[in-house]
Design a protein around this ligand. Sequence first.
Ligand code: TXA
Ligand code: MG
Length: 354
Amino acid sequence: MKTLMVKIRRNAGEFTPEEDEALRRAGKIIRDGGLVAFPTETVYGLGGDALNRESSRKIYAAKGRPSDNPLIVHICRFEDIYEIVSEVPETAVKIADAFWPGPLTMILNKSEKVPTETTGGLDTVAVRLPSDRTAQKLIEYSGGYVAAPSANLSGRPSPTVARYVVEDMDGRIEMIVDGGEVGIGLESTIVDLTVSPPQILRPGYVTREMLEKVLGRVDTDVTVLKADTGQAPKAPGMKYRHYAPKGELTVVEGKPDAVTVYINEATAADSRNGEKTGVIGTSELLAEYRADVVKCVGSREDEEAIARHLFTVLREFDEEGVTKIYSESFEAAGLGQAIMNRLLKAAGHKVIRV
Ligand code: TXA
Ligand code: MG
């Protein structure tokens, strides 16, 4: 299949007639059962018609994703939620008021309209109303319900720029909408509203503290930061090795001096064994490292920058053929919880404490 590429300037005022035409064309592809990758404020999504079981099957095939891993249904107006869920609880209205449109996904009981292919066999459905204008327009032109997992091959880091979507999806889908770099860089927060108290299944930009201000007590799935709980994650997708670079990634935890000494010794030893070494560091410690490739993920003072750069940095190590990667560790509070959740999964929970 030849994958069509179109460019849209995101968040730059009104769409030009050409851009609008391109989005209409993308919408038609989805309505006709095809797949289109598009930018959202979190990461690029791989969109298909959420109410068409064949489209969902195609999404799993294009990503190489196990079909028990449910998809998020994206809408562009709050009212549209009533079609796809059996009941809208008070909690859903409250957090929609506070965080939609935006990087938040709610789990609710599904209606008959949503095929079980889309929900990976579950009776619940994940719903999100993104704030990105390009995404909203595309959803509107697609008929209102777009199933969209992150637009990466299963197991790879989620794409933050169209170039990485091309890398994983070229030839597998009908169209890629290139809207430049996304704003947040980590996927949406997922909160399960079918349980009481509500439970965070995947941390993201909307933090537990932010949700608790609106909902009162909110729990977090214990598997979010721990590997050895003996429990399966409640979001089926979180059980798979994920976000992983091709090189072997180790997270090093401890005081800054001890971390830099450890990483320098480890990368020196790896180099002697013929490995190409890399470090994910913060700007505060960057000058200390001696590895072959040293990447700055941002400043410790700016967690949003770290969130935005993490997946990009992981992909860049692959592009440069790095085989052993070491990363600093981060505070697991606030947005740091989402950062550590993705980093630990990318590392397959390989952590060294020094
Ligand atoms: O920011 C995002 O959410 C991006 C953009 C494209 O919107 N999408 C995204 O989708 O991250 P995906 O498919 O890569 O991740 C969806 C996660 C998976 O871990 C899946 O298991 C979980 O949501 N999920 C979906 N439906 C669920 C359900 N009914 N119950 C529990 N978890 C669910
Ligand atoms: Mg994903």
